[in-house]
Design a protein around this ligand. Structure first.
Ligand code: FE2
Length: 341
């Protein structure tokens, strides 16, 4: 039995704690793995199905926004049914880690598969899929050589021409956390104020909306996660004509973030949870992220997706992802001070 549940309301969250978890009764097939996830992507459903097929285990998912998931895990405490926790961003992983929601995993397989910059030093969480925060721009209105990096978004030459989503969004908070780490707070504030001063319009919608605003000519460049571009390239290639991606490689380098995964502190099935995470790092599983969602594998898995340009020769910010979490509160304060709504 598989139950996909999308949670949107808190009362519903409480009610689901009592849901049954029985399998189909076939020998060896009555184990159930409960995954709490903030991701709602086809790649993940393919991953769950592949794990079920290979192991005979039933995967039951409970999906909700990151903050709701954390609240649910805290409220349920030792009675939590969650075996595995998946969040969309290192900033959220850090929050769950601070709340003590993860159990450490000791796995030579995971240590070998996932680079140390993309996992917690004590195995509390691991990157699952990686994403780059990049700049998209309209080739007709911006010359590639006029963009040098994230700093270009704050360049007065682009006054009234830049789009980005709101500062409360975790992707922006994580990016600014990385810039604080490399540039220091003063320069990070200057940058955020410069970007806010260049806005073509007040922040509105998600990353895809920013890309569409560039397409529509409302702005000339936007700050977005790369996979939203990859996704549009696959679904509406004609819409992206004249739109290009710029990889901000100047210091600190391209900001890479991860969706991450860990074993829940009170997991009823911690060994099964570990087995699932190891499964998720296998080449076949990592390809789902690259091919179905347009994210980068966290391992060296090869993939086939022409809409996903290789990162192999890019300058990537080598920051340890835990730092993004540590700088979260400071980043939000700086955004507020900078007038980036
Ligand atoms: Fe996203």
């Amino acid at each position: 039995m598989r139950v996909w549940t999308l949670l949107v309301l808190v009362p519903l969250l409480a009610g689901l704690a009592a849901c049954g978890q029985t399998g189909d009764g076939l020998a060896g097939e009555n184990e159930t793995l409960v995954i709490f996830s903030s991701r709602h992507y086809d790649s993940d459903y393919a991953l769950y199905e592949a794990f079920e097929e290979e192991t005979g285990v039933n995967v039951r998912t409970i999906e909700a926004d990151g903050d709701l998931l954390v609240e649910r895990l805290k409220t349920d405490g030792v009675n939590s049914p969650a075996d595995v926790i998946i969040t969309v961003d290192a900033g959220r992983l850090w929050r769950a880690e601070q709340e003590g929601l993860f159990a450490p995993v000791n796995s030579a397989i995971l240590d070998a598969a996932v680079p140390s910059s993309l996992r917690h030093p004590d195995g509390l969480w691991y990157g699952l899929a990686s994403r780059a925060r990049i700049i998209v721009y309209a080739e007709q209105r911006v010359a590639a050589e006029d963009i040098s990096g994230y700093e270009t978004l704050a360049d007065p030459a682009f006054k009234g021409r830049v789009c980005a989503r709101s500062s409360g969004n975790i992707y922006n908070i994580s990016l600014l956390g990385a810039l604080i780490d490399r540039w220091g707070e003063d320069k990070a504030l200057q940058w955020a104020a410069g970007v806010a001063g260049n806005f073509a319009r007040a922040p509105l919608g998600g990353d895809t909306d920013q890309i569409r605003a560039v397409i529509a000519g409302e702005c000339d460049m936007a700050l977005v996660n790369h996979y939203y571009v990859s996704r549009l390239m696959k679904e509406e290639p004609e819409a992206l004509e004249g739109i290009a991606m710029f990889w901000p490689e100047s210091a600190p380098g391209v900001h890479l973030n991860v969706s991450g995964i860990g074993v829940a502190k009170n997991a009823p099935n911690p060994e099964l949870a570990k087995r699932f995470i190891e499964f998720a790092m296998q080449e076949k599983a990592q390809r789902f992220f690259a091919e179905l969602t347009g994210e980068y594998p966290v391992t060296d898995a090869a993939y086939d997706n022409p809409a996903l340009p290789s990162l192999a020769n890019r300058a990537i910010d080598p920051i340890a992802l835990g730092k993004l979490g540590e700088n979260q509160a400071r980043a939000q304060q700086i955004f507020d001070k900078a007038g980036w709504p």
